[in-house]
Design a binder for this molecule. Structure first.
Ligand SMILES: [Fe+2]
Length: 197
């Protein structure tokens, strides 16, 4: 088994362990059995190195998990989900995600999707929504979460927040980055869209 494969398999092992220990995750969606690593080409983004080099001031209860995900960063298919015209160049330098598990993920399944989401310091991720029901799980760092018809909240390591289907939401960081798992279930074929305000 080569080294890159080991890094991916270690990540799945850690996430599976997290699911077994965390009722909010396991009640949201079952962790898929029999995930197999597929070959998905890696693609860098401006945040690739930011996550890879984030090894201090983690603000996490899950240091092993953070390090495992950070080690994946150079080997994954980073995406933005939005283009420069929609969100501006600055945002694309500060935000990115990769589909670790899902219909087109490094580990393929149709049962759910798990995106690893990185948002840099001092960044505003504007209001957006999508059909899928979504659970955020914070691995490290901190951000303010806002959603329509709900109180805003500052979330840090191990905290979760649910977004219902099409419920608009926005995320703001200040002096810390944030690393999250974004888990989608039901109707995850349709991508996220910015909301014109
Ligand atoms: Fe979302």
């Amino acid at each position: 088994m080569n080294n890159t494969k080991n890094i991916f398999n270690k990540a799945i092992f850690e996430i599976q362990k997290l699911w077994a220990d965390n009722k909010e995750l396991s009640n949201f969606v079952n962790f898929p059995n029999n995930l197999i690593l597929n070959s998905v080409k890696s693609q860098k983004a401006p945040v690739t190195d930011k996550l890879y080099n984030w090894n201090q001031n983690l603000n996490t209860n899950l240091e092993e998990l953070h390090t495992t995900i950070s080690n994946l960063s150079p080997h994954v298919n980073w995406e933005h989900g939005y283009n420069e015209k929609e969100v501006g160049k600055d945002f694309l330098n500060k935000y990115g995600f990769f589909e670790l598990i899902g219909p087109s993920g490094h580990f393929k399944t149709k049962e759910m999707a798990l995106y690893v989401n990185f948002l840099d310091k001092n960044t505003y991720y504007p209001w957006h929504n999508h059909e899928a029901e979504e659970l955020y799980f914070i691995v490290s760092g901190e951000a303010k979460f806002e959603s329509k018809d709900q109180d805003s909240e500052i979330l840090s390591s191990t905290k979760t927040r649910l977004h219902k289907s099409y419920q608009p939401h926005a995320i703001t960081t200040s002096n810390q980055q944030i690393l999250s798992f974004v888990i989608w279930k039901n109707k995850f074929e349709n991508v996220s869209k910015m909301i014109n305000q």
